[in-house]
Write a protein that binds this ligand. Structure first.
Ligand code: SAM
Length: 241
C-alpha cells in the first residue's frame, strides 16, 4: 500500500526500527495531516530507501513510528553537480527545488564576479531540497553546499569530473552530449544575471574537462537555464533514459 504522506527523517530506517518524531514533524503529521495511531506514512532518510512506517504513538510535542516494510530501495541520482550563481531569493529557491526534483546529486551555489548576492541561507536551501525530494518521490536528498568562490572551485577541479559550461555567448555551440559517454562524474555551471566575466569565460573554456554548450539563441534567465541544462544532461547522459 502506498502511503500518501512522505516524510524525510534524519534517523536510521530498517525493519522494526522505531523512529522518534520531533515537534515540527509531530505537528505536521498529527496536526496538519490528521494522522493517528495505526496510520502509515512513508519515511526516507537519503540512505536506506523508503520505508512504510506505522504511527505507534502520537502527541502534540512528539510521537513515534515503527518501520514495517521497505517500499522503495535507495535510488541514487547520477553523479551530477549543479553549480549556479545565486540570484534573487525566490528564484534561487526555485533552482534548488528543480535541481533536487530533476536529479542533481549535489547543488553548489558559486560566487562569480557578477554575482549580486554575497550570501545564502544554506539551511533554508537544504530544507527546500528536502521538500522537493518528499514531493517527487525521491529517496535521495542532494546536499546544498555552502556558497563558495567559482575561482576556488576551479583551482581544485576534480580530474575526472566533466563540466557542462553553459555559455550564452556561444550561440550555436551544439554539443552532442550523448557522445561523451555515460557513467562519468559531471557538473553543470550556470552564471548570474549579469553572466560570466570575460576572465571567467576564458578560464571555464580552458578547463580540460570543460564542454561549452549553448542553450539556444535567446538569453535565458539563470533559473530557466538551470532547468534547461539539467533536462538536456539528464536526457543525454543521466537517468531519464
Ligand atoms: N550575460 C547575459 C546577458 O547578456 O544578459 C545574462 C546571463 S544569463 C541571465 C545567466 C546564465 O544562464 C548565463 O551565464 C549562462 O550560464 C546561462 N544561459 C542563459 N542563456 C543561455 C544560452 N542561450 N546558452 C547558454 N547558456 C545560457
Amino acid at each position: 500500500m502506498n502511503a500518501k504522506i512522505r516524510l524525510y527523517v534524519e534517523h536510521p530506517l530498517g525493519a522494526g526500527q522505531s523512529v522518534p518524531l520531533d515537534r515540527d514533524q509531530a505537528h505536521y503529521l498529527f496536526g496538519v495531516m490528521r494522522q493517528g495511531v495505526g496510520d502509515r506514512v512513508a519515511l526516507f532518510n537519503g540512505r536506506d530507501g523508503e520505508w512504510l512506517a506505522e504511527v505507534a504513538t502520537a502527541g502534540k510535542r512528539g510521537g513515534e513510528l515503527t518501520c514495517a516494510e521497505q517500499s522503495k530501495p535507495l535510488q541514487l541520482p547520477p553523479d551530477l553537480w549543479l553549480l549556479f550563481a545565486p540570484i534573487k531569493k525566490t528564484r534561487t529557491d526555485f533552482i534548488v527545488e528543480k535541481a533536487a526534483e530533476m536529479g542533481a546529486s549535489r547543488i553548489v551555489p558559486v560566487q562569480t564576479e557578477y554575482t549580486n548576492s554575497e550570501r545564502i541561507r544554506q539551511d533554508r536551501l537544504q530544507a527546500h531540497a528536502v521538500e522537493a525530494a518528499e514531493q517527487c518521490g525521491g529517496t535521495y536528498v542532494p546536499e546544498v553546499a555552502d556558497l563558495q568562490k567559482l575561482s576556488r572551485l576551479l583551482d581544485q577541479w576534480p580530474e575526472d569530473r566533466q563540466l557542462m559550461f553553459c555559455d550564452e555567448a556561444e550561440v550555436g555551440a551544439a554539443l552532442r552530449l550523448s557522445e561523451l559517454g555515460r557513467g562519468k562524474p559531471w557538473a553543470i555551471v550556470i552564471g548570474p544575471e549579469g553572466g560570466f566575466s570575460d576572465a571567467e569565460r576564458k578560464r571555464l573554456a580552458a578547463l580540460p574537462q570543460s564542454h561549452v554548450v549553448s542553450l539556444g539563441p535567446r538569453i535565458l534567465r539563470a533559473d530557466t537555464a538551470a532547468v534547461a541544462a539539467l533536462a538536456l544532461w539528464q536526457q543525454a547522459l543521466g537517468d531519464w533514459t
